[in-house]
Every structure is written in structure tokens, then in C-alpha cells.
Design a protein. Structure first.
Length: 281
């Protein structure tokens, strides 16, 4: 058992943690990625857990499927019970993984199994991946006034309103002087789509995801943020209009290229049968 390590992602993480806590002996470790503490696991901790299994909990602050508050609740319960816990929060990460998270898991695995850490040095972890239908990391502009409303609702333990969420994503309905601020996170485009279509979603988790995205952007180096300054709704509309005009112009040029290509094909069709025969030989 001291060489056995269990772990999982999302529901698999919840099952892995419950199994590790319910097991009669100590394991090498338990890895919990975007998971939660089940009622049975919580009862085990309350009943007095005296084993030595180290636990790694990793969770994205912008998780829109298993809210970050689930990770915070698990952290509190595990620390209160005296569990050897390593808790890692990943700013702006939705329900998925990223290179830094994979590095953390690898390091924990090596430490738990007492293997040579040099074995993971130099590994290229690649681009961020995700579970479910999360998208790549994206940068979006969000209404600052609506973000403040959502923050107040969360801090006051009130329900996040769908109207505040919708106001985040539709600058066309804002006054000219409303300010938009950039946010960075995984799956934001998908989350915005769910809000727009009024699909079933956890409003509290969605609110935390958007706030986490803004915090994640602010945690970037100043040099990386310099090109993405806050702007007014009027400025945003002007830029959006210019982008639309540019896309239409590009589409027109592409259409002309296609027309020219069609003309060339027509000329080729009108060439003499003899020439066409020579080309086909």
C-alpha cells in the first residue's frame, strides 16, 4: 500500500479521495483534480482519521462545472482533520488541466513514490488540455459594473443574478461610459454561450469563473497586459464595427479571387481539343 497512489479528475477525483480516506491503511498518496469531498468521505474525517496518506488537491478558480468553493470546503475539512495536504489553486483555469498543473502532479507523484525527480525534468507538457467541452484559453472584455455587482452578490452570500451575468457579455446594451475590463481563462467562450442561451448552469460557479478570469489577467506580467487596456463601451463598439468592416473587405477580396479563378477555368475549357489532349497525355 505504501507504493500505491490513487487519483482522479472531477467525479473520479471525488471517488479517489473517498477511497483513500476509507481505506484501512496509509497509501503513498491521493491526487484530487477538480473534485470534491463526498458526504461519506466527510463522515470519515469527522469520525477521526489518523492515517498518513498525503493528499494533493488541485482546482481552477474559474471551474464552471465543479465550483472552486468545493475545493475550499475540502481544504478546510482535510486540514481540520490533520491530513497531510498540498492544496494548489490555479487562477483562471476552468474544468480542465494545464502544463503547470501536470508538473505539480508529476512532482507530487515522484515525492510520494520516492522516485528520482530527475525523471520528469525537461518534459514538455504541451498545451493546456481540458475535460468536457471546455475551450482553449481566451481573452474577453467584461463589463466592470456587472463584475462588481457579481462580486457583491458572492461576498454577501446572495444568489448571482442571471441579469448581471448577461450584462457582462453584451456591451452593445451598455452606456457609452461603461467600462470594460479584460479577463483571461479557459472555457470562457463556452460559458458565455451558455449564459446567452440561458442554458442550465451553476450561476454561482459562473460568477466565480468570470471574477477569476479578471484576477488571472491581473496576475499576468505588466508587459503582457500592456496591449489589453480597459476601454469604454463606446470604444468597444467602435472597434467591433471596424473589425466587422475589415472582415467584409477581406471577404470581398476573397470573392474576387474566386471569380478570377473561375474565369481562368472557363478560358481553359474553351481551349482547343488538341491542346487539351496534349495536356492530358
Amino acid at each position: 500500500p505504501e507504493r500505491l497512489l490513487v487519483g482522479g479528475f472531477s467525479q473520479g477525483a471525488a471517488v479517489a479521495l473517498e477511497s483513500a480516506l476509507s481505506y484501512s491503511g496509509s497509501l503513498a498518496g491521493c491526487i484530487v483534480l477538480s473534485g470534491w469531498l463526498t458526504p461519506r468521505a466527510r463522515n470519515v474525517l469527522v469520525g477521526g482519521w489518523k492515517l498518513k496518506t498525503p493528499v494533493l488537491v488541485c482546482h481552477g478558480t474559474a471551474d464552471d462545472m465543479v465550483g472552486f468553493d468545493c475545493a475550499e470546503a475540502a481544504e478546510t475539512a482535510l486540514r481540520t482533520a490533520g491530513v497531510n495536504l498540498q492544496f494548489e489553486r490555479f487562477e483562471g483555469l476552468s474544468h480542465g488541466s494545464c502544463p503547470k498543473l501536470l508538473q505539480t502532479v508529476a512532482a507530487f507523484t515522484c515525492a510520494s513514490l520516492r522516485c528520482d525527480a530527475a525523471a520528469i525534468e525537461g518534459i514538455e507538457w504541451g498545451e493546456s488540455g481540458s475535460d468536457s467541452d471546455s475551450e482553449d484559453v481566451s481573452l474577453v472584455y467584461l463589463c466592470k459594473r456587472s463584475l462588481e455587482t457579481i462580486r457583491e452578490q458572492l461576498e454577501g452570500n446572495a444568489s448571482v443574478s442571471i441579469s448581471a451575468l448577461k450584462a457582462l457579455m453584451d456591451p452593445s446594451q451598455l452606456s457609452d461610459h461603461d467600462v470594460l475590463v479584460p479577463g483571461l481563462g479557459r472555457g470562457l467562450g463556452n460559458l458565455l454561450g451558455k449564459v446567452e442561451k440561458a442554458e442550465s448552469l451553476d450561476l454561482t460557479a459562473a460568477g466565480r469563473a468570470f471574477l477569476g478570469a479578471v484576477d488571472a489577467f491581473q496576475s499576468m506580467p505588466v508587459s503582457d497586459r500592456a496591449a489589453f487596456l480597459p476601454m469604454t463601451a463606446k470604444e468597444w463598439r467602435e472597434r467591433a464595427s471596424q473589425t466587422s468592416d475589415d472582415e467584409e473587405e477581406d471577404a470581398g477580396e476573397h470573392g474576387e479571387e474566386e471569380d478570377l479563378s473561375d474565369d481562368e477555368e472557363l478560358e481553359e475549357d474553351m481551349e482547343s481539343p488538341a491542346k487539351k489532349t496534349r495536356l492530358s497525355m
